[in-house]
Design a protein around this ligand. Structure first.
Ligand SMILES: NC(=O)c1ccc[n+]([C@@H]2O[C@H](COP(=O)([O-])OP(=O)(O)OC[C@H]3O[C@@H](n4cnc5c(N)ncnc54)[C@H](OP(=O)(O)O)[C@@H]3O)[C@@H](O)[C@H]2O)c1
Length: 268
């Protein structure tokens, strides 16, 4: 697994990590055991950055429990998500308790109460309970607000959607990230699964094989990672074999411009 700088934070992240929205929002021993198998596959392949949020139901807790004594070998990207100051403090206290007193990358989810939350997270970074402070948004209309925070150095990383069918961040966010040394995590790299479900034939994949691509999902992930301004993609999966498949896309060779255009044509 290639590791990349998370902007100018001094922290290296794996090129492929894992999201937990929906997939880790589970209850019961059997479902949690399956999540543990997905996590095992992530550790076997070096995809050891995990993104979660109090917005994802049980996922924060399931991630913490399935990590167990592997916590120190992982990077946890969590979020605070509420307009209520008291509730935000509760979310933070709970997250710090779940993750051994430190959240590696703490993000303001969907920019909710961003100014106040960034002040709190900045203080926690000074105290050593947070290593990197950032912000996320899934909507293109909020990219200008993210960019304002990036330009004022109020955040050290951002999390945004980007894939071969959704390229707005390429124009609006990545140039500023590169200029300011801001880390970039990419959400929805498989278009919430819809892009990965497209039928792409073996013959259509053949030109991508010299680039280490054996599946369509890997082509989609490599398309994103071939842009060096991206730090890490965080595809979510409920299946251990897919975790391994996704992680394998985190190795060079990267796609050249001609091959990126080819993947874009397959996306249609
Ligand atoms: N901050 C925000 O506003 C925000 C918003 C959305 C997401 N996120 C973060 O970003 C993460 C990723 O985004 P996402 O979960 O929305 O979408 P995604 O990662 O683009 O897609 C996930 C879906 O793709 C399927 N999948 C995964 N690997 C596959 C493979 N190799 N082949 C075929 N299908 C595959 C999964 O199904 P199976 O389980 O069946 O494999 C799952 O349904 C989230 O989990 C979350 O951590 C943040």
């Amino acid at each position: 697994m290639q590791r990349r700088a998370l902007g100018a934070t001094g922290i290296d992240v794996p090129a492929v990590g894992m999201g937990t929205w929906r997939t880790f929002d589970v209850r019961g021993a059997a479902a949690e055991a399956e999540c543990r198998r997905v996590l095992d596959a992530a550790f076997e392949t070096g995809a050891t950055l995990f993104d979660t949020s109090p917005m994802y139901g049980a996922a924060e807790g399931v991630l913490a429990r399935t990590l167990g004594d592997r916590r120190d070998r992982a990077l946890v990207a969590d979020k605070v998500w509420t307009a209520d100051d008291g509730e935000a403090d509760e979310q933070i206290v709970r997250a710090l308790a779940l993750y051994g007193g430190c959240v590696d990358i703490y993000q303001v989810h969907n920019l909710v109460a961003a100014d106040r939350r960034l002040r709190t997270l900045g203080r926690l970074r000074t105290e050593g309970a947070v290593r990197v402070v950032g912000a996320t948004h899934y909507r293109h209309a909020e990219f200008p607000a993210l960019v304002t925070l990036m330009k004022s150095r109020a955040v050290e990383m951002v999390q945004i959607p980007l894939n071969a069918a959704d390229r707005v961040a390429e124009r609006e966010v990545l140039p500023v990230a590169a200029e300011m040394g801001i880390g970039v995590l990419v959400m929805r790299p498989l278009g919430e699964g819809a892009l990965a479900r497209r039928a792409v034939s073996e013959a259509e994949l053949a030109p991508l094989r010299p680039y280490g691509v054996t599946t369509w999902a890997q082509a989609l992930l490599k398309w994103i990672l071939s842009d060096p301004r991206v730090s890490c993609v965080i595809p979510a999966t409920s299946k251990p074999a897919r975790m391994a498949e996704n992680a394998a896309a985190g190795e060079p060779p990267w796609l050249d411009e001609e091959m990126r255009r080819y993947v874009e044509r397959l996306v249609g």
